[in-house]
Design a protein around this ligand. Structure first.
Ligand code: NCD
Ligand code: ZN
Length: 337
């Protein structure tokens, strides 16, 4: 197959930031995705209806001044001590998911959750309100390559203690995580990024240190990547796409910030991965149908075209070095008008 047309995809995990970059990142995402689940780790964090409203309006204004329409899905951050009322305040502002960052696990997560018992009341409220709990599943106290696996018992506890809570384990990176998601009940699903499907720790460290490939969770081994590709191409509705596109300025990247800007090339990378796995017919399920199904949304009405064609990822896009800058990709993608 050299070309295909699919339902317009959604991105169920994206960082659009704030300030000068926001308009370019939001416009870029809208050029490829029908809906954007926007992460709340801005500064100060999104923890109230007021903050959520203001942020959503800023993103919507940026999208409106771009050529493509896209729907913003809001999330808020769970902060110790915020209380059930603050959670309900965010629910009323239209949030569809609460985001759990273990304290210190990633960019802007110093104010995150040290232990789930600290936010027991907030988690019970998320469950009662029927929102999704999106979890950055890493234990920052564990060795860097083992942080995701070390967090699985914490998720076991949350899933057991809140029997109706719908949970998304975010940006899977390891065999252990894939196995856990398969073992958990149907109300637990997972996002997988394009970069964790396409690359390994060797792209980050194998030849020269290539900080463009540095993200949390860190890219893992070929064996882990194979398990992720099997999960994504399996057709299981438990696995769907979230880019975790996380742009950082060149200066921040040079100083070692975790996060890869992938919105401009994620769909092209995914097509390459699914093609190589002989599973292009499963791509639409993964990027356009499974996530919408989990969030109770109908598929988008728009369409996306993909075709086989070589191109080189530019050194700079939207003021940021994109993931895999300088590498050649073999698929292209375009949102159809
Ligand atoms: C993200 C960021 O920069 O906001 N970084 C990353 O490495 N993925 C935060 C996150 O999702 O971990
Ligand atoms: Zn993220």
């Amino acid at each position: 197959m050299d070309r295909l047309e699919i339902t317009l995809p959604d991105d169920f995990h994206v960082h659009l930031r704030q300030g000068p970059g926001l308009a370019a990142y939001a416009s870029r995402s809208a050029s490829r995705f029908g809906r954007l689940l926007v992460m709340p780790n801005v500064v100060p964090p999104l923890v109230s209806s007021r903050a959520l409203d203001d942020y959503r309006k800023a993103v919507e204004a940026a999208i409106r001044s771009s050529p493509n329409a896209s729907t913003v899905l809001s999330t808020f951050k769970l902060i110790p001590g915020m209380g059930a009322d603050a959670v309900m305040d965010c629910v009323r502002a239209g949030a569809v998911a609460a985001k759990y960052y273990p304290a210190g696990a990633t960019t802007n997560a110093q104010d995150g959750v040290p232990d789930p018992t600290v936010i027991a009341e907030e988690l019970a409220t998320v469950e009662r309100a029927g929102l999704v709990l999106c979890v950055h599943a890493e234990d920052p106290a564990a060795p860097v390559m083992e942080r995701e696996e070390a967090f699985i018992p914490v998720l076991d506890g949350i899933i057991g203690r809140y029997p109706r809570l719908r949970v998304v384990m975010e940006h899977l990176s390891s065999v252990a995580a894939v196995d856990a998601v398969l073992r958990w009940p149907g109300r637990v699903a997972a996002t997988i990024t394009a970069h964790h499907l396409a690359f390994t720790v060797d792209d980050l460290l194998g030849e020269r240190l290539s900080v463009g490939f540095f993200c949390k969770p860190v890219l893992k081994t070929a064996r882990d990547r194979e398990a992720l590709v099997s999960a994504a191409t399996s057709g299981s509705p438990k696995f769907f796409f979230g880019s975790d596109s996380a742009p950082h300025s060149p200066a921040a990247k040079a100083a070692g910030a975790a996060g890869c800007y992938t919105s401009p090339l994620a769909l092209e990378l995914l097509a390459g991965v699914f093609d190589e796995a002989g599973a292009l017919d499963r791509l639409e399920g993964f990027v356009s149908l499974a996530g919408a199904g989990f969030y109770g949304l109908s598929p988008n009405e728009g369409r996306l075209r993909l075709w086989r064609s070589d191109w080189t990822v530019p050194a700079l896009l939207d003021g940021v070095e994109p993931l895999a800058a300088g590498r050649m990709l073999v698929w292209m993608a375009e949102r159809l008008p």
